[in-house]
Design a protein. Structure first.
Length: 755
């Protein structure tokens, strides 16, 4: 288990995934036409020797049964092929009325190699993001014309979605007259971006039942009529829940939130400070981070459903000839390994040179991405261990675009955005009428937009409005109502048992149901998406602030999935207790890193890393300190002897700090018999358990499918693995024997009964 790794428990009981997947593939085929020196720089922590990274960003999600996290320099733009540019320039797209009818931590970028700086100055802000001034024109109609003519495909991509016998339907662009479909559905051009937004839409005629590739969105008149039938108070009730979690939060974050409940959609736009409400709105596009991976998987699933690709194909088969893809003792990396994070590839490519920590992907090239594959020596066979890899996801993005003979943005636009009606979603070509939301760190500082190479953007480069994501989730809730039904169903089928995953979807048990969940994040944004097919309920949360160091959006998202799960509350500014300030003051060693001093004066705590300046730490109502100029947390920990230590949380990694002051007492030794009382198996989730055992006079724990780690006494019935940010508190029953435990990690608590 690598330092900084989280226990990533699976989310559902094993369900014979291969049998279900084979059935889906067969059905689809029948329809188919055929030691380390570490340094900190800014928000980033890395090892210079092996390029392991612990950093904020596209976080893998650490989804837990009771809450959870579920992923610089000048940009080097990726130029699509001339034909693709011509196609993109020729397309137009109708504007849509907001609200109209119609889901750990391997971070995304290493630190810059030069210098040693714990805290940077404020991030350079690029208003409007990297795409400012490069808006693309409306793009939908030409693509729809081609699709209706049975000709929507890129070179090598294969047959059209609708097939050669499809009946062409005219496309209605802005200003075109309305008509009626054969099912009585009004189909018309929507109004411009300035039209008033609607909310709480009930889609009485279920437009998602119609093939989205062959119709345009409903007009504003229909949306307004439908909103009149919405259940009163849905939006207000949702706003109230979001306010309970967000109002007054020290981050100052804003959120766009939607809950899809059957045919009803509730939406709200809320900010920690109401005065900042203008920051976001229905026309705001957010970086959705690693939620993009679920979309990339849908593109792959479409090819699998058409019988053109198999998940058991080697990744190397879809890369340029001569690309050196690593294998382990003859076992290659398969496509199924990529979409379940079991490829064995590291978090990031070795040749990813970061010149601006605020925009870590900006200078990455596809050549460097592919060349980095040859730098990897796999430590174990692919498919045997879960290790979140943005590297693998970037390679998959390129492989899909290459197979389609186009750039990734054109591919995802034609194959996913267009058929699902995601009119304002984009990668780099921002549509007219869409504004790029500005990102922020948890301290309210502006965060620059991320620039990811277009052909690697499936890792986390999609930007979307709330309405785009509502349409995406609705399609996943009711795949049969979309032209991508076979692909979506296949993408939902379990692929991996340990941990249980579909294609880039975490599978999570909630009240006896299986819910698909994914969380995402970039330098200044966070996202959460869930799909509960059993209850036809979906959740979308888009935030203009990075929540990674504070556990992500899981508490709010999962509460909206099931109200029995804890909501959590805002982190408000607070005054630290004097006893805590006095107890923390001293000299520390950050494990594997550097020395750090903590001092207090005038009721405040200050920290100073070795060789650097002194900085003030704020304090919040959750009991954590935080630097006011960087995205990090200092989490105090009371030791068994009564002294204090802390965990430094930065970019998804937890680094324990050991007190260097003389006289610190060591934890009391426990006898073998006492340690044996804690031994046993503690199921954390179906098919996933924590096994605790005594060995060599020390307590050890091991999660299903993961490595063993030692536990040190931290108090009565309390143990910790400080290197991993794990704390375990054992609970005793009425007879005094150990009956259960609470696992503390990443700000979350997971309870498990002893078996």
């Amino acid at each position: 288990m690598a330092r900084g790794d989280a226990l990533r428990e699976p989310a559902v009981a094993p369900r014979a995934p291969q049998a279900r997947r084979c059935a889906l593939e067969d059905r689809a085929a029948a329809r188919s036409p055929r030691n380390h020196r570490w340094r900190i720089r800014g928000d980033l922590l890395r090892s210079d020797d092996d390029r392991r990274v612990v950093q904020r960003g596209m976080a893998p999600g650490r989804i837990r049964a009771a809450g959870g996290r579920v992923g610089g320099g000048a940009a080097v733009p990726h130029a699509p092929p001339p034909a693709a540019r011509a196609r993109a320039g020729a397309r137009t797209r109708p504007a849509r009325v907001p609200g109209a009818a119609a889901r750990c931590s391997a971070g995304p970028g290493p630190a810059a190699r030069a210098g040693l700086a714990l805290v940077p100055g404020p991030a350079r802000h690029r208003p409007g993001g990297p795409d400012a001034g490069t808006r693309r024109p409306d793009r939908r109609c030409a693509a729809l014309h081609r699709r209706d003519a049975g000709a929507v495909r890129g070179p090598g991509l294969g047959e059209s979605l609708r097939g050669a016998n499809a009946v062409p339907r005219p496309c209605r662009c802005a200003g075109a007259p309305a008509r009626r479909s054969g099912r009585g559905q009004l189909i018309a051009a929507t109004h411009g971006a300035g039209a008033a937004p609607t909310s709480s839409i009930i889609d009485k005629e279920r437009p998602m039942q119609l093939p989205l590739a062959s119709i345009l969105p409903l007009c504003a008149a229909l949306a307004l009529a439908a909103s009149a039938n919405a259940r009163a108070g849905d939006d207000a009730a949702l706003a109230s829940i979001v306010d309970q979690r967000l109002a007054g939060d020290r981050t100052g974050a804003c959120m766009a939130v939607a809950v899809i409940d059957g045919d009803r959609v509730s939406r709200t736009f809320r900010c920690a400070d109401p005065a900042a409400a203008a920051r976001i709105g229905p026309d705001s596009a957010f970086e959705i981070g690693s939620v993009s991976k679920t979309m990339t998987s849908t593109l792959l699933a479409e090819l699998v459903a058409e019988g053109k690709v198999s998940l058991d194909d080697p990744l190397s088969a879809y890369l340029p000839e001569g690309t050196n893809v690593p294998a382990f003792e003859g076992s290659p990396i398969l496509l199924r390994h990529v979409v379940t994070h079991t490829s064995g590839l590291p978090a990031l490519p070795a040749r990813m040179a970061v010149t601006d920590p605020g925009d870590p992907y900006a200078t990455l090239t596809i050549d460097d991405l592919l060349a980095s594959l040859g730098d990897v020596t796999l430590a174990h066979a692919p498919g045997t261990r879960f290790e979140y890899s943005n590297f693998a996801s970037m390679v998959l993005s390129h492989a899909l675009a290459r197979r389609a003979g186009t750039d990734f943005e054109t591919l995802i636009d034609e194959r996913l955005f267009t058929p699902l009606g995601m009119d304002r979603a984009y990668v780099s070509r921002r549509p007219e009428g869409v504004r790029a939301a500005g990102g922020h760190t948890p301290n309210g500082l502006p965060a620059p937009a991320w620039t990811i190479p277009v052909d690697a953007a499936g890792v986390g480069g999609v930007r979307a409005t709330l309405e785009d994501m509502v349409r995406y989730v609705r399609a996943n809730l009711d795949p049969a109502a979309t032209p991508l039904h076979a692909a979506i169903e296949l993408a939902h089928a379990p692929v991996s048992r340990q941990p249980p995953m579909a294609m880039n979807w975490m599978l999570m048990p909630v009240a006896g149901r299986t819910v698909l969940v994914h969380e995402g994040g970039t330098g200044g944004f966070s996202s959460f998406v869930s799909v509960d097919e059993g209850k036809r309920r979906g959740v979308v949360i888009l935030s203009d602030t990075a929540w990674h160091s504070m556990g992500g959006l899981g508490s709010l998202g999962l509460h909206l999935v099931d109200a029995s799960l804890p909501l959590g509350g805002p982190r408000r500014m607070a005054t630290p207790p004097a006893e805590l300030l006095q107890g923390l003051a001293g000299e520390y060693q950050l494990q594997g890193l550097m020395k750090m001093s903590l001092r207090h004066r005038e009721g405040k705590l200050y920290f100073q890393a070795e060789g650097q300046g002194e900085y003030e730490l704020g304090y919040d109502s959750a009991g954590d300190f935080f630097p006011t100029v960087a995205d990090a947390l200092l989490k105090p920990r009371r030791q068994a002897d009564g002294s204090y230590a802390f965990l430094w949380v930065q970019g998804g990694g937890m680094i324990p700090a050991t007190r260097l002051d003389a006289g610190a007492a060591s934890a009391p030794a426990l006898s073998t018999a006492v340690l044996a009382d804690y031994a046993g198996e503690y199921p954390l989730a179906p098919g996933f358990a924590l096994t605790v055992r005594e060995r060599d006079g020390r307590l050890h724990a091991q999660a299903t499918g993961q490595g063993e780690f030692a536990l040190d006494p931290a108090g009565p019935d309390r143990f910790e693995a400080a290197a991993y940010g794990i704390g375990i508190e054992f609970k005793r029953g009425a007879d005094g024997s150990v009956a259960s435990l609470d696992l503390h990690q990443g700000g979350r608590v997971t309870h498990a009964e002893r078996r």
